[in-house]
Design a binder for this molecule. Structure first.
Ligand code: HEC
Length: 120
């Protein structure tokens, strides 16, 4: 009998669940860098509200005047697209006008994306 693999899998599942909850709250802290321009309650400011951003089409939040580059981007936001945009906005969507140069720390980006995906 060998219980090791089962034990390892159970441990991995447990630590994954634990890490996920922490990621969202850590991401909320990282979001402080975004909050000056982005609300989470549906009101637009210097940037569009990020309420419900996960899954919506790029450049489509009602009432916000997006750049041409943003409006012309044809995909919907998901974890990978958000991650790439936050890492380097100009590389991900050339010509967009968000005045933010990018977040270099991969862990902070992952936490931030988890937080953004929690905004319904
Ligand atoms: C100084 C203001 C400012 C800061 C800080 C800022 N943004 Fe933005 N953001 C904008 C503007 C302006 C746009 C619209 C750009 C365009 O139309 O080209 C935008 C667009 C976006 C979009 C696209 C939304 C949509 O509706 O398609 C996302 C996602 C986004 N920002 C995330 C972030 C995140 C995450 C942070 C923090 C790491 C951040 N932004 C920091 C101003 C800002």
């Amino acid at each position: 009998m060998n219980f090791k693999p089962i034990y390892a899998a159970a441990l991995a599942a447990l630590s994954f669940a634990g890490a996920h909850a922490q990621d969202v709250s850590a991401g909320k802290t990282v979001y402080a860098q975004c909050a000056a321009c982005h609300s989470i309650d549906g009101t637009n400011g210097a940037g569009p509200s990020l309420k419900g951003v996960d899954g919506r089409k790029v450049g489509s939040f009602p009432g916000f005047r997006y750049s041409r580059a943003m409006k012309a981007t044809a995909y919907n936001w998901d974890a990978a697209k958000l991650e790439a945009y936050i890492a380097n906005p100009q590389t991900a969507i050339p010509g967009n006008v968000m005045p933010y140069s990018g977040l270099a720390d991969a862990k902070q980006r992952a936490d931030l994306v988890a937080y953004l995906q929690s905004l319904k």
